[in-house]
Design a protein around this ligand. Structure first.
Ligand SMILES: Nc1ncnc2c1ncn2[C@@H]1O[C@H](COP(=O)(O)OP(=O)(O)OP(=O)(O)O)[C@@H](O)[C@H]1O
Ligand SMILES: O=c1[nH]c(=O)c2[nH+]cn([C@@H]3O[C@H](COP(=O)(O)O)[C@@H](O)[C@H]3O)c2[nH]1
Ligand SMILES: NC(=O)CC[C@H](N)C(=O)O
Ligand SMILES: [Mg+2]
Length: 525
């Protein structure tokens, strides 16, 4: 039995900050396990979670408004360290007897904080030193309120122009507050501050490492699954690939993967999946050629939402059939990761409007009567990648750009046809190949080609051409919620355009997408 890897854990209580997930990733980067829960998580749950420390996030509210979210009293009664960030600091100050007021200087963006190097939290952490010997920190601020009076037992540990009380600390009780955001990269010492809090102050020793996570998951999977058979949908994407590698290590022959070629995959994707998993790693992979079935059912369907839903449904049918052909399968493994869990909890509150239905094969288990196995459920993407590398997956696979579940189905605008998919596959492969050639693939977050079923006139070899258009899309983003279009070099765009028109059948024009998200989205449908 592996030791309990999650026994040293930090609780993050979320007051609605844009940066909540970043806080969690920073803590995980310090090799400490943490979970995010809503700020009104019931007292009994908080007690049962038994955190070694608590972080209170920022949030859009002001502590003065009626019904402003409160910190549960238990947070201050557990005897563990507490770090309040922005709203979290303001709420902490107010609840412990200090004052908070609307600030005359609202600070949004970069600021310099004078750190008075006498707290455990900030001692010897600085970017610059003033001539008088004070430490200076480059920090990121985003607030309209500020703490105006200290609660009892606290001292000021940092100040900025707009917030003379930009940090507070009570070393005795180990309660700290920061008006600035240590979790964003603009706060250059942010990672060190977070490491200081979870490490030295909370006493977590950094057990949450890739090799420990693997060892722990392998033991847990073996205990859970016993001698049962497990089925996994393998897409060639990062998540299901890492699940395949992990399950293969844990249960070997008890794993069967199904790879469905729906005719909407990238060039050579099927061959790559088979080469990596079946030949190289010895995983049992069933390759299902379902191209005709998908394309037949998609014929004549032009509405993006209908296409997405239909593709999801056909996937389920194909899976269902495959599961029926296998003996003794009791489990369905999925590549669910922590952001999926957090986001679907958020989606349940129903406040967000639907922009597009992200297809997932998530509806499977109910119909198939299989139990769900989700070994990556508590991991962020970067952790999943580390584990993938540690398990020996090729770097190109682990650092692949995301590829949507409906695949080329949402990159061919309107009706999907085989000849469009073939042209698009070729164009996309050329774009990616040239990006790699220019060493830009890893510098952009996602890049792909889109097929526009619009004919335009061209001239080649003194002849007239009347053919389709390819749009290129490349974006930079950290969370895929917002994105900027990449300023790719003209020479690269020129080379890609020339090659696509020459090499991809039926294309006479190439354009580059210069829309950000918002107002556009990353995919075109
Ligand atoms: N072509 C496919 N063949 C088999 N299973 C698939 C295929 N496409 C998707 N799946 C299954 O459906 C799940 C959801 O797919 P989707 O692409 O939406 O998710 P994802 O988070 O991108 O995961 P991944 O990185 O594994 O592709 C995948 O994890 C995989 O288990
Ligand atoms: O698994 C997925 N199933 C989907 O149906 C889907 N639609 C979009 N995407 C990916 O999500 C990110 C944001 O895309 P959008 O800006 O187009 O919404 C981008 O990375 C998109 O590629 C999907 N991923
Ligand atoms: N980012 C925050 O947590 C902001 C807190 C509060 N709404 C303020 O404006 O000061
Ligand atoms: Mg995928």
């Amino acid at each position: 039995m592996a030791f309990d890897l999650q026994s040293q854990r930090i609780l993050i209580l979320d007051f609605g900050s844009q940066y909540t997930q970043l806080i969690a990733r920073r803590i995980r980067q310090a090799n400490v396990y943490c979970e995010i829960h809503p700020c009104d998580w019931p007292t009994a749950e908080i007690e049962a979670f038994a955190p070694m420390g608590i972080v209170l996030t920022g949030g859009p509210e002001s502590v003065h408004v009626d019904n402003a979210p409160r910190i549960p009293d238990i947070v201050f009664q557990l005897g563990v360290p507490v770090l309040g960030i922005c709203y979290g600091m303001q709420a902490m100050a107010r609840q412990l007897g200090g004052q908070v007021e609307p600030s005359a200087y609202k600070e949004f963006g970069y600021a310099q904080a004078r750190a008075r190097g006498h707290s455990r939290l900030l001692r010897n952490i600085e970017d610059h030193t003033t001539p008088e010997g004070y430490g200076l920190l480059d920090v990121w601020m985003s607030h309209g309120d500020r703490v105006a009076g200290l609660p009892e037992g606290f001292k000021v540990i940092a100040s900025t122009l707009g917030a003379p009380i930009a940090g507070i600390g009570d070393d005795e009780r180990r309660f700290y507050g920061l008006q600035f955001h240590p979790e964003v990269t603009h706060t250059t010492q942010g990672q060190r501050i977070i490491e200081r809090f979870v490490g030295e102050i909370c006493g977590c020793s950094g057990q949450w490492t890739a090799s420990n996570i693997i060892e722990h998951s392998v033991t847990r999977i073996r205990e859970e699954v016993g001698t049962d058979q497990v089925l996994l949908g393998l897409s060639g994407g990062v998540d299901s690939s890492v699940v395949a590698a992990l399950l293969h290590q844990a249960i070997g022959e008890q794993l069967t993967c199904v790879f469905v070629d729906n005719g909407l995959l990238r060039l050579n994707e099927g061959a790559q999946v088979m080469a990596t998993f079946a030949r190289h790693m010895g995983v049992r992979v069933i390759h299902v050629n379902a191209e005709e079935r998908f394309l037949t059912r998609l014929a004549g369907v032009v509405d993006p939402e209908r296409k997405r839903k239909l593709i999801g449904r056909i996937f389920i049918d194909v899976f269902d059939e495959q599961a029926g052909k296998l003996d003794g399968v009791k489990w369905l493994a999925q590549g669910t990761i922590y952001p999926d869990v957090i986001e679907s909890a958020g989606a349940k509150t129903g406040k967000a409007r639907l922009i597009k239905s992200h297809h997932n094969v998530g509806g499977l288990p109910e119909r198939m009567n299989l139990r769900l196995l989700e070994p990556l459920r508590s991991l962020f993407k970067d952790e999943v990648r580390c584990i993938g590398l540690e398990l020996g997956l090729p770097t190109e696979l682990v650092y692949r750009h995301p590829f949507p579940g409906p695949g080329l189905g949402v990159r061919i605008l309107g009706e999907v046809r085989k000849e469009y998919a073939d042209a698009l596959r070729r164009a996309d492969a050329i774009f990616i190949e040239e990006l790699r050639h220019y060493e830009l693939y890893d510098r952009v977050s996602q890049a792909f080609a889109v097929f526009l079923p619009v004919k335009t006139v061209g001239v080649t070899g003194d002849g007239r051409r009347y053919e389709y258009v390819i749009a290129l899309r490349a974006v930079e983003t950290t969370d895929f919620m917002t994105a900027q279009w990449s300023h790719l070099p003209y020479e690269l765009l020129e080379e890609v355009s020339r090659r696509i028109i020459n090499e991809a059948e039926g294309i006479s024009r190439v354009v580059y997408d210069i829309s950000g998200k918002p107002p556009a989205t990353i995919e075109w449908e």
